[in-house]
Write a protein that binds this ligand. Structure first.
Ligand code: LLP
Length: 418
């Protein structure tokens, strides 16, 4: 098997290993557990979808910045999409070809832009002041910067407001009505070369036809811009493809091939290089947060399973009311009941799942939160001094540590000498 699945013996597996055997071996809890081969398979699905097109797969490092995972994707041939100078430094350390990296963001700082300029990273222009800062950085480091204009297509991705980015009212990108300002500014600035356009609609998208809607709009922009004497080669359609968090066998979500096929003819027709920026769909399904049950309790009409993991380790349910599938790691004879799965953190927002039907577990049982490879560890905090968990992966049929768990000493070190 590949990734997480229930074996014929009723136990949960990660690749060829029982999760309970891994729990016994590593002793820490909670911890993040990945299947390296699942990440590989996710990457290959994009690679296959893009066959026959000039393309850059820019893995969105924000989804998961574990160095080993980022290096693994680099080794498979991925490019990288970055949203900070530190992500760019990580990408450079991981060996990415800078011409296949892109720096995004609505508040890029001068030092971040100087680093991008000197590394030869592509840069997305987000606003007038951002353009001025890009030009200043290029002049300062004495290197011409290739830019894409992040244009807001005003297409509704029909997702949670917090992860919707391509609407007219969003803080990202430039307005159609401002386009001429950018074209004039770029013509007047020899250190900035316009090579393409970018749009990113949002995240957790489950209807791929909206990528086509946006691409059609983007191509109109490309034609308009080229009529002014530019020669654009990159169409960047952003990231955002959703995954099936429900684990309901009747859910059928579009694949990377479905996504790319919606824009294939447009890209081919104009002879463009297609850039995509997948984060979630590259890594989410490769991982589970593995917790240990502390106990079971009843308050009023509610039953709770209390585990050692919490909103500090995994905040998506608390922040977005996101559903992530929850299972026990071993067969369990306890009576079935409906539980909220909560952590030990001191606030009611601290839950991993609500109203889940599960067999009543004993203290010490393993409980996983699935699809935790994207925006989980990357958004973890040390709230309540619950230190960030260790990360492991199964690779070549063996378990390996890919990030050590943080300790209280790591926290205390920041105060040394003060
Ligand atoms: N490109 C840009 C410009 C983005 O803003 C994002 C994500 C991506 C690519 C990658 O999108 P993906 O393929 O992962 O959907 N923390 C939220 C998700 C925030 C997404 C932010 N932007 C969550 O946990 O659901």
């Amino acid at each position: 098997g590949l990734g997480f699945y229930t074996g014929e013996d009723g136990f949960l597996y990660c690749d060829n290993m029982r999760v309970d055997d891994i729990r016994a071996q590593v002793k820490d809890s909670p911890f993040y557990l990945y299947s390296r081969d699942r990440i590989t398979a996710n990457y290959r699905a994009y690679q296959k979808a893009l066959e026959g097109l000039d393309s850059i797969i820019g893995y969105a490092v924000k989804a998961n910045n574990n160095l080993k995972i980022v290096q693994h994707l680099q080794g498979l041939g991925s490019g990288a999409v970055l949203v900070s100078g530190n992500e760019l430094k990580l990408a450079i350390a991981a060996g990415f070809d800078p011409s296949r990296t892109i720096l995004n963001g609505n508040g890029k700082l001068p030092w971040e832009l100087e680093l991008a300029a000197s590394a030869g990273c592509l840069v997305n222009v987000d606003s007038e002041f951002d353009f001025d800062n890009i030009a200043a950085a290029a002049r300062k480091v004495g290197k011409k910067v290739k830019v894409l204009l992040r244009i807001n297509p005003d297409v509704d991705p029909q997702v949670h407001a917090y992860v919707s980015t391509g609407l007219a009212s969003s803080k990202f990108g430039i307005r159609n009505s401002h386009l001429q300002w950018f074209l004039d500014a770029i013509k007047a600035e020899p250190m900035v070369e316009l090579v393409g356009v970018h749009s990113h609609l949002g995240s957790t998208i489950t209807k791929v036809n909206i990528f086509r809607d946006a691409a059609v709009i983007m191509c109109d922009f490309i034609k308009k811009i080229n009529d002014e004497g530019f020669k654009l080669t990159y169409l960047n359609i952003g990231g955002g493809l959703g995954i099936d968090y429900t684990h309901n066998p009747s859910t059928k979500l579009p694949s990377p091939t479905d996504l790319i096929d919606t824009v294939r003819d447009i890209v081919k027709g104009l002879g463009l290089t297609l850039v995509i920026e997948p984060g979630r769909s590259m890594v989410a399904t490769s991982c589970a947060l593995v917790n240990t049950v502390t106990g079971v309790k009843t308050n009023g009409s509610k039953q709770f399973i209390v585990v050692d993991g919490s909103m500090a380790a995994l905040i998506r349910p608390s922040l977005y009311d996101a559903y992530q599938h929850i299972e026990l790691t071993a067969p369990c004879g306890g009576p079935k009941a409906v539980f909220d799965i909560v952590g030990p953190v001191c606030e009611s927002a601290d839950f991993l799942g609500k109203e889940r039907e599960l067999a009543t577990p004993e203290p010490g049982a393993g409980l996983v939160v699935h699809d935790a490879g994207a925006y989980c560890m990357a958004m973890a905090s040390t709230y309540n001094l619950k230190m960030r968990p260790a990360e492991y992966w199964v690779a070549d049929n063996k378990l390996a540590t890919i990030r050590r768990g943080e300790t209280l000493d790591d926290h205390l070190r920041l105060f040394e000498g003060l």
